[in-house]
Design a protein around this ligand. Structure first.
Ligand code: F6P
Length: 327
């Protein structure tokens, strides 16, 4: 058991994700409910280092549960990778007697928290907030559901025009290291091919199947590509396909950051509220250096370190479904 937690800080770090505001709200209000003082740290680890920290009240988080982005703002902070930067951050917490920290972010943010907690006596609790869903040990990460639904809505619209013109469309979704957005949105929109970083892209296989479809006059084909897939993304795939399929009309659409914005879905608001609540409860109970995950609808506390080291795996069953349903 560590020291009793009395004053906590909360920050959002890395790429923002819809639902982060709902998580901040839950942390602030649960903390205040338990008699803790809660401090908001602006722009993630950057604000921690620069002492951009302010006291939050229950009203500070009014009317934000439905808003995308993050009221605390966020950053990818290089300075926190250095021991000097982390020390500055620690001193800023120490001078306010902040003795617990909630970090809402993805694997990069958790990596920072692991280093910080190894060096200083501040218990850290992570909340998985990333649209990429690339954190092992939880069925959900805040923002994924909203992002994937944004992608589905956009792809459905593209399908209308794609169908009207008998075209091949290559749609790039986010996911530098993880293919979950591509896989989920691709299956949900009936994509013929889904290219993800976790699998080697077999471009020859795609060309063969497109040529075969051309022969039987199936000219409408949807290819969903995660930005981190290994042939180089949608533009590169288009270049290769154009060369081999000179008669085909091939268009590209890169969905980009629209996937990160917008009002969070009901699911994201719910998981954010539950995770925020349990993050504070677990700090009070004396847990440290874990993140709050949900597995089979139950809360789990997973060492921050293991989230950092492990990536989730894509099941073969899903890949088989893509192949069979696309025929
Ligand atoms: O946070 C996840 C993510 O959206 C990735 O899917 C994407 O590769 C990256 O962030 C983009 O980051 P940035 O907004 O810094 O360009």
């Amino acid at each position: 058991m560590g020291k009793k937690v009395t004053r906590i800080g909360v920050l959002t770090s890395g790429g923002d994700s819809p639902g982060m505001n709902a998580a901040i709200r839950a942390v602030v209000r649960t903390g205040i409910y338990h008699g803790l003082e809660v401090f908001g740290i602006m722009r993630g680890y950057q604000g921690l280092i620069e002492d951009d920290i302010y006291k939050m009240e229950s009203r500070s988080v009014a009317n934000i549960i439905q808003r995308g982005g993050t009221i605390l703002k966020t950053a990818r902070c290089k300075e926190f990778l250095d021991a000097d930067g982390r020390k500055k951050g620690y001193e800023n917490l120490k001078k306010r007697d902040i003795n617990g920290l909630v970090i809402i972010g993805g694997d990069g943010s958790f990596r920072g928290a692991v280093q910080f907690s190894q060096e200083f006596d501040i218990p850290c609790i992570g909340i998985a907030g990333t649209i990429d869903k690339d954190i092992c040990g939880t069925d959900f990460t805040i923002g994924f559901d909203t992002a994937v639904n944004t992608a589905v809505e956009a792809i459905d619209k593209i399908r209308d025009t794609m169908d009207a013109h008998d075209r091949i469309f290559i749609i790039e979704v986010m996911g530098r290291d993880a293919g979950y957005i591509a896989l989920h949105s691709g299956i949900a929109t009936g994509a013929e091919n889904i290219l993800i970083p976790e699998r080697k892209t077999d471009i020859h296989d795609i060309i063969t199947s497109l040529l075969e479809k051309e022969r039987r006059k199936k000219l409408v084909n949807l290819i969903v590509v995660a930005e981190g897939e290994d042939s180089g993304g949608a533009n590169k795939v288009q270049e290769i396909l154009k060369e081999k399929l000179p008669n085909a009309e091939i268009r590209v659409c890169i969905l980009g950051h629209i996937q990160r914005g917008g009002s969070p879905s009901c699911l994201d608001r719910l998981i954010a509220s539950r995770m925020g609540f349990h993050a504070v409860e677990s700090l009070i109970e004396g847990r440290h250096n874990v993140f709050v995950g949900i597995l089979n609808n139950k809360m789990h506390y997973i060492p921050l370190e293991s989230a950092v080291k492990n990536k989730g795996t894509i099941s073969e069953e899903w890949m088989k479904i893509v192949k069979i349903l696309a025929s």
